[in-house]
Structure formats: C-alpha cells, structure tokens
Design a protein around this ligand. Structure first.
Ligand code: TGC
Ligand code: FAD
Length: 399
C-alpha cells in the first residue's frame, strides 16, 4: 500500500463511482450538474419508467417542457435560450438521463444534438430565431430524418429527393426509425438534390408530411420511433439549411449525438451495476449473501472495471472536445467501447439477479434491451469499427 492510500475497514462497502474516484476528476460545477440531473431522474423518471416501458408510451411533450426548464435541451449550444454548457457537462447529463432510461436520453439527444444542432450549425438567422428558443424550452419538439428503409449505414445512397419547383422545393421520400417523429413539430430532413445532399427544416403540419409510429418494439419502448412519409411536400427555399452543402453536414450532427452516447451508455451500465451490487448483498443462497461468493465478486469487479475505464475514456474525450480537439474517429472509439461494454455489464448484471433479472421489477433487462438499439443507432458497432480501422490504416473498408 502506498503512503497516500487510505485503508478501508473490510465491512465498509464502496460504490463503483466512489471506488473509481469519479468525484476527484470532476469540477465542483460538473458535480453539481450531475447531481441535479441525477435527482431529477430519481424523482421524475425512475418511479414511472417501468410502466412507460411496459405500455410502450412516453409523455414526451410533458417531459420535453420539464427538461427544457432544466436547461437540458441543446445545453451545449450557445445563444437562442440554450445553456451554453461544456461538452463534459452535457455528457454527464446524458449519463444521468440514461441511468433513467436510454429513451429519455434519446429524447434529449435528438432534440439537442441532432435537430437543434443542425439548425444552429447550418441554419439561417431566421431559422435559428424561429425554431431554437422554443426547442430549447421544450415547447417545440424536433426530429432528424437521415435513415431510410433501404439506407441505414449508408446514408450516401438516400433516395429522398428534393427538386426545385420555381422558387420552392418539392420533397418526396420516406425516412425510417426516426426518434420523436410522431411528436415532432419540426423535422430536419436530409434529401438528395441535383446539387448534392441538402437539409430542410420541415414544419410537420406541412401538407404531404405524415409520421407513422412504429409499434411492437422490444427495445427503446419508452421512446417514440416513427416512419416519416414526404409525399410532395412543398417548401420555400427559406426552409433549406443554407450552411449544409454535402453529406458532411448530417455526419457532423451525428458526431454530437454520438458523443452524448459515449457518456450516456455508461448511465445504463451504472444503474445495472448498482442494482446487481445491491441484489448481491441482500440475496441469500446456501445460507449466505450471493455477493460473498467469489464468482459473483468477479462479476462485480469486472463490471466496475469496465464502467470505470469507460468513464475515464468518456471524460478524456469530453475534455478534448471542450478544447476543440476531438476528431470524429475518436468519438467512434468512445461509442464503440462504451456501448459494447454497457451491454456486457447489463447482461452480466442480469445473471447476478437470476430469474428476478428478467422482470420489469428491476431495470436491468430494460437497459439491456435498450442498449441493443443504442448499439445500432448513431452508427452500428460495425460502422464504428470500420471508422477506427480507416483511421488506423488509411484504407476505407465500407464499400
Ligand atoms: P464519406 O465519403 O466518408 O464522407 C462524406 C463526407 O462527410 C465527411 N465526414 C464527416 N464529417 C463530419 N463528421 C463525420 N463523422 C464524418 N464522416 C465523414 C467526409 O469528410 C466527406 O466530406 P466531403 O467534404 O469530402 O464531402 O462518406 P461515406 O458515404 O463513405 O460514409 C461514411 C460512413 C459509413 C462512416 C457514414 O456514412 C456513417 O457514419 N454511417 C452511419 C450512419 C449513421 O450513423 N446514421 C445515424 C442516423 S441518426 C440516428 O441514428 C439517431 S438515433 C437516436 C438517438 O441518437 O438517440
Ligand atoms: P443496416 O445498415 O442495414 O445494417 C444491418 C447490418 O449490416 C448491421 O449489423 C450493419 O453494421 C451491417 N453492415 C452494413 N454495412 C456494412 C459494411 N459495409 N460492413 C460490415 N457490416 C455492415 N435514424 C435517423 O436518421 N434518425 C433517428 O432519429 C433514428 N432513431 C433511431 C431510433 C431507434 C430506436 C433505432 C433502432 C434506429 C434509429 N435510427 C434513426 C436509425 C439508425 O441510425 C439505423 O438503424 C442505423 O444507422 C443502421 O441502419 P439499418 O438499421 O438500416 O441497418
């Protein structure tokens, strides 16, 4: 033991955050933001999430306003009623939200990092004034339509078309798996034009626009997922995002949302780990707590290690982002690792709970199921592996 190490009495239990020393690597302000979001999730989400999930429903409008009041929508953006917080603060908020449920973090990610970010980064002053303050307050909900039924990992192949008609544009096509789609007031829609890929800000009450809710999901049940149909949607040129001039624009938005997931997935993991730890300390078999068996302790130790390593990676990437030095392929490192490990933690935690682990009484199976979507959306694990491979070798292996 080093001189500076503090010995713990054997009977004293320490949580994973404490053991890793997470408080020591966060500023007082970062800890305050984390604690505030954690207590909101504890009070507002945790008591209801199991039934929202089971019923496949989310009071998205109500929650959006409440999250807006807390300054969590577009919280890393500046101006237009946004909180202008750091990337690390945003990441910590995502982590706490996802400890509630991935669907809650998704609501916030899509609103702030995809729809609002797209308008903030590529929109005209008029578009920003028109949409961002109401989106920051949660009074208007946004969605982001990139994926199509036949083009998920390869958005460059998108078929949705925007064609000029006098001074207007006509949009035709279908977007698939769109979070917040059926509750959105505005959809940021990406479409192919004769000049390349462009983005459009589409009020969802525009004639020809329909959103159909996707049912029977076994994952992300406390999240609205929709198909968007654009059937000859006529828009003025002022609805086009003037700063978005290629596929690079939507991909830049993805960097923002993927970054939130790097932290967010660890929230789901932490909730699973804490649940497993509490269960292991109270559940008895063979006349002793199962937490006293070496095999259970190995699971708890391994989960803590991966959670801790993931947190330190997320924090490092967050600090780099705040310094303006984060490259997209580094975001891929974080998303690939942290979602992969979060799923592993959720599955291991499930085994610690035995049969109880499969019920909705505990959050573990819900998190595990949600993380299957998180592994796929915002770039599948295979896509992030290939992005890292390309960065390492200089050779793209996508096509
Ligand atoms: P490629 O030729 O490599 O690139 C086209 C242009 O884009 C630039 N670029 C990026 N720019 C910023 N950030 C990035 N991450 C970028 N990646 C590429 C690139 O430099 C190029 O620029 P330019 O100026 O030369 O035109 O494009 P590619 O067609 O080969 O595709 C590359 C690939 C496969 C990595 C990309 O298509 C990809 O990431 N695919 C995955 C699709 C995806 O992630 N979809 C997510 C949809 S949104 C969602 O899932 C929301 S989930 C809800 C929630 O978040 O809660
Ligand atoms: P595909 O691209 O068809 O991939 C199927 C499998 O093939 C995957 O394992 C993939 O990795 C693999 N594969 C594909 N190409 C290669 C290759 N070159 N090499 C190796 N393997 C490959 N999209 C939005 O635009 N907006 C949203 O708000 C949104 N929300 C979502 C919410 C949920 C709950 C879900 C599940 C998805 C959401 N998506 C959204 C869509 C999501 O981004 C896509 O599902 C994802 O990009 C993958 O596309 P796909 O499902 O069509 O799979």
């Amino acid at each position: 033991m080093t001189n500076s190490a503090v010995a713990q009495p054997r009977s004293q239990r320490r949580g994973a955050d404490d053991l890793i020393g997470i408080n020591a690597v966060l500023s007082a302000e970062e800890r305050e933001i984390r604690d505030t979001v954690r207590s909101v999730v504890q009070r507002r989400i945790k008591p209801h999430i199991a039934s929202w999930y089971e019923d496949g429903e989310l009071p998205a409008r109500e929650l959006a306003v409440e999250l807006g009041e807390l300054g969590l929508l577009g919280m890393h953006l500046k101006g237009y009623g946004c909180a202008g917080m750091s990337a690390v603060a945003y990441g910590l908020a995502c982590l706490e939200l996802e400890a509630g449920d991935s669907g809650i973090r998704s609501l916030v990610s899509v609103q702030g990092s995809l729809a609002m970010y797209a308008i903030h980064a590529f929109g005209s002053d008029e578009q920003k004034d028109q949409w961002l303050p109401d989106m920051a307050s949660g009074h208007r909900i946004g969605c982001f339509g990139l994926t199509e039924p036949d083009h998920g990992s390869d958005p460059a192949g998108m078929r949705t078309r925007a064609t000029r008609s006098g001074d207007d544009w006509i949009l035709t096509g279908t977007k698939m798996w769109i979070t917040n789609g059926s509750v959105a007031d505005v959809a940021v829609v990406w479409a192919r034009t004769d000049e390349g890929i462009r983005g459009f800000v589409v009020p969802t009450d525009t004639p020809g626009f329909t959103a159909n809710t996707i049912k029977s999901k076994m994952s992300l049940r406390a999240s609205v997922t929709s198909e968007l149909v654009l059937d000859g949607v006529r828009l003025p040129d002022s609805a086009r995002l003037p700063g978005a001039t290629s596929l690079g624009a939507p991909l830049r938005c993805l960097n923002e949302a993927r970054f939130g997931i790097v932290f967010g997935a660890l929230g789901a993991a932490r909730d699973c780990l804490e649940t497993a730890l509490a269960y292991a300390c109270s559940r008895e078999q063979f006349d002793r707590p199962i937490g006293g068996f070496q095999l259970t302790q190995q699971k708890l130790a391994d989960m803590t290690l991966e959670y801790g390593k993931g947190f330190l990676l997320a924090l490092h990437l967050g600090r780099q982002k705040d310094a303006g030095e984060l490259a997209p392929e580094q975001v891929s490192l974080g998303k690939l690792n942290n979602v992969r490990e979060a799923i592993e933690i959720a599955r291991t935690a499930r085994t610690v709970l035995g049969a109880s682990g499969i019920t909705g009484e505990y959050p573990v199976m819900r998190h595990a199921n949600n993380l299957e979507s998180v592994l796929t959306y915002e770039g599948t694990s295979e896509m992030h592996t290939l992005i890292i491979g390309q960065a390492l070798t200089g050779v793209g292996a996508f096509r």
